[in-house]
Design a protein around this ligand. Structure first.
Ligand code: CAA
Length: 396
């Protein structure tokens, strides 16, 4: 019996239109040609292939769910399928594509002035330029309103000083969205977001080494020492910063969740193939009920994740509130990706513990997804608050 490839599975779901499936097929072709043959080397050597971002731009993958300014203007469901296919090939590539499109470009597209959009979106869309999202700081992760980076008013604009941490694409971006506090006593209502060119005096970046996974993508620590920007660098108004960050994260979390369906799918594919090929006790591993149980568990997690991602995507396409549903999808799909990768290694036994098969890379890559763009614990707080109306984040 032939195994079903993911596109066949997507058809079986009867969730996706022919156009959406065509987009998934085109992204899969790109991944098969450009990513799969290279990924083992990129991962081992920690290579970031920036040419790939230009190719992704040419294919319309950067900010593909946005309209105008050169963006492809697909729906969110299609964007989710693209993230799935990218991540089934490599998490680092999906991360770069979604940080650029879901976080940096989306925030400019939604909150930027016409001039800011004209300046940045066409070149971010084509991949000629890269952009990143500077929210997290060394001392501020989950408590995103409590930023230490300060923006002080000057005669001609703003002076920004502070540190940013764990910033994907931070070493290669031309522009970074810097979230900074303008009036600490106002808490989240004092936050503002600035479009800071990384060539500005006082801006430096440094690569973060020693990551467990995401080896083919860039992660940086940023430092801003009295970086001067004009009034026109602010995205929206003073006080909009937190809303900009949270809206972008609603987008980013969706792309992370969608990508994790791809990891689950990769784990199923690799485990089914290995269980049929590897023999123990004179029969293929697939002959054993406990091995089939592990495969069934992975399929359950993959399919449930895909349904939850689809629901969040449909709500986005209908313009309906979707923060809670996005958090449900992000929580379930990311935890499922870690569990599937762990199970896939179990199916592979010792062979899964080394890099002869993709499953050890899946585990390394999946592990960050329950941390970045809001930990699983933060997603649970968002879901619990929506259900009860009680804010469990309120300080004692
Ligand atoms: N969209 C728009 N606005 C939103 C929103 C959303 N999804 N969520 C909240 N807001 C608004 C609220 O309406 C509220 O507005 P008003 O002041 O006008 O009433 C305001 O923001 C404050 O909201 P909350 O009271 O909900 O804020 P909070 O402090 O209680 O909690 C939180 C918020 C959910 C804990 C939030 O801080 C959070 O998500 N933390 C995690 C941060 C995170 O994900 N960090 C990762 C960053 S990126 C990264 O990983 C690096 C990378 O490069 C990929």
């Amino acid at each position: 019996m032939a195994t079903m490839r993911p596109l066949d599975l997507l058809k079986v779901d009867h969730l996706f239109s022919d156009d959406e499936l065509d987009i998934a097929a085109a992204v899969r072709e790109f991944v098969d040609e450009r990513v799969r043959p290279e990924i083992a080397d990129w991962f081992e050597q920690g290579t970031v292939d920036l040419g790939l971002m230009k190719e992704a731009g040419a294919l319309g993958l950067l900010g593909m769910h946005l309209t105008g300014y050169g963006c492809a203007g697909t729906n969110a469901v299609s964007y989710g399928l693209a993230c799935l296919e990218l991540e089934a090939g490599d998490s680092g590539v999906r991360s770069m594509v979604s940080v650029q499109g879901s976080l940096a470009m989306f925030a400019i597209w939604k909150f930027g002035s016409e001039e800011q959009k004209q300046t940045w979106l066409p070149k971010l869309c084509s991949g000629e330029s890269l952009g990143c999202f500077g929210l997290t700081e060394p001392d501020t992760g989950s408590d995103a309103a409590n930023l230490r980076t300060r923006a002080t008013k000057t005669d001609s604009g703003w002076s920004i000083s502070g540190q940013k941490m764990w910033i994907s694409l931070g070493n290669f971006s031309e522009v970074v969205l810097i979230f900074a506090q303008t009036a600490p006593e106002k808490k989240h209502k004092g936050l503002a977001c600035f479009l800071v060119p990384t060539a500005s005096d006082g801006f430096t970046s440094q690569e973060i080494h020693g990551k467990l996974g995401l080896r083919s993508s860039d992660t940086a620590e940023l430092s801003l020492d009295s970086v001067e920007v004009g009034e026109d660098a602010m995205l929206g108004e003073v006080g909009d910063g937190f809303k900009v960050a949270m809206s972008a994260l609603d987008n980013g979390r969706y792309s992370v969740a969608a990508g994790c369906v791809g990891i689950c799918e990769g784990c199923v594919e690799a485990s089914v193939a290995y269980a049929k090929e590897r023999e123990q006790f004179g029969v293929p591993l697939a002959r054993f009920q406990l091995v089939q149980e592990m495969i069934a568990d992975m399929i359950l997690k993959r399919d449930a994740s895909r349904m939850l991602v689809y629901r969040a995507g449909v709500l986005k396409d209908e313009g309906k509130p979707n923060t809670t549903e996005t958090s449900v999808a992000k929580l379930y799909a990311t935890e499922s990706a870690v569990e599937c990768a762990n199970l896939a290694i179990q199916v592979h036994g010792g062979a899964g513990y080394v890099d002869d098969y993709p499953v050890e890379r899946y585990l390394r890559d999946a592990r960050v997804t329950t941390l970045y763009e809001g930990t699983s614990q933060i997603q649970k707080m968002i879901i619990g608050r929506a259900a009860t109306g009680i804010n469990a984040m309120t300080p004692l």
